[in-house]
Write a protein that binds this ligand. Structure first.
Ligand code: SF4
Length: 100
């Protein structure tokens, strides 16, 4: 039987576990995800549809984007546009903004 007290103890633990999971092994964004499609996200910047996104220039990728939260050398990292997921360092989307 789950008492109210047990429930109160479980909830914060579940929350912390969820946060830890997001940090440690957040899944990479699926380019077919509706949000990814809307932003023109690709996991490999060399595959950007240049006809559709003429502002794309060689050298642009998530690793050089202001919004990218991964560290230099990481294969992927967080991006506020895809909460709870990670984006590929060599990915790209139409919201790209060059790191200052
Ligand atoms: Fe990558 Fe920047 Fe687009 Fe986020 S906003 S997916 S870091 S290019």
């Amino acid at each position: 039987m789950t008492t109210r007290r047990t429930f109160i103890q479980i909830v914060p633990i579940a929350g912390i576990a969820l946060l830890a999971a997001q940090r440690a092994g957040a899944a990479e964004v699926d380019p077919k995800d509706p949000q990814a499609v809307a932003l023109g996200y690709v996991s490999d910047a060399s595959k950007v549809d240049k006809a559709k996104y003429p502002k794309f220039a060689a050298g642009q990728n998530c690793a050089t984007c202001q919004l990218y939260q991964g560290k230099a050398g990481d294969a992927s990292g967080g991006c506020p546009l895809f909460a709870g997921k990670t984006v590929a360092a060599k990915g790209w989307c139409s919201a790209y903004a060059k790191k200052a």
